[in-house]
Design a protein around this ligand. Structure first.
Ligand SMILES: [Fe+2]
Ligand SMILES: [Fe+2]
Length: 162
């Protein structure tokens, strides 16, 4: 089991932790897509609820901890910070559309729209943003980042649909 102690350091707690959460979100999207294609649409309700919970916590780690730390070095108006913040705005909007969707066709469209956005968004974060955190933040800033991300809590409460 992955350690969550502060001594595990930035790599395990924050950088790798965000990647772990991305992996769980990708798995969750695959289950959501399978449910949207299946006959039992009631399965979707629980999956959407759990995904929203998981995304809310993950987004807070990035919006409230990672992006402000990066913005101190790059500026709030810098391209990477703005790009990720816009991705989160789009994510919240599409999540709202998914929650409001009724009927098979609308649900499938909403699932497809959110999945496409999230996969592209996570690719950008993994390929460009997370490596940038390592480059621009010094060791003590990264430790502080890790501590604050852990303080936001675990996503255990979002696992009922796993
Ligand atoms: Fe994000
Ligand atoms: Fe992310």
């Amino acid at each position: 089991m992955r350690s969550r102690s502060p001594r595990a350091g930035f790599e395990a707690l924050a950088y790798a932790g965000l990647r772990d959460e991305h992996r769980l979100i990708r798995d969750h999207l695959a289950r959501l897509e399978a449910a949207a294609d299946g006959d039992e649409l009631s399965d979707l309700v629980g999956l959407v609820h759990d995904l929203a919970c998981r995304l809310d916590l993950h987004r807070r780690r990035e919006d409230e901890v990672m992006l402000p730390a990066l913005a101190l070095h790059l500026g709030e108006d810098s391209g990477p910070v703005r790009l990720v913040r816009q991705g989160h705005v789009d994510e919240v909007r599409l999540l709202g559309e998914l929650r409001a969707a009724t009927g098979r066709a609308a649900l499938r469209r909403a699932v497809a729209g959110l999945s496409t956005l999230l996969r592209a968004h996570m690719d950008i974060e993994e390929e460009a943003l997370f490596p940038m955190v390592e480059i621009v933040l010094d060791a003590s800033e990264r430790e502080q980042l890790a501590r604050r991300m852990v303080e936001l809590g675990e996503e255990a409460a979002c696992r009922t649909g796993r």
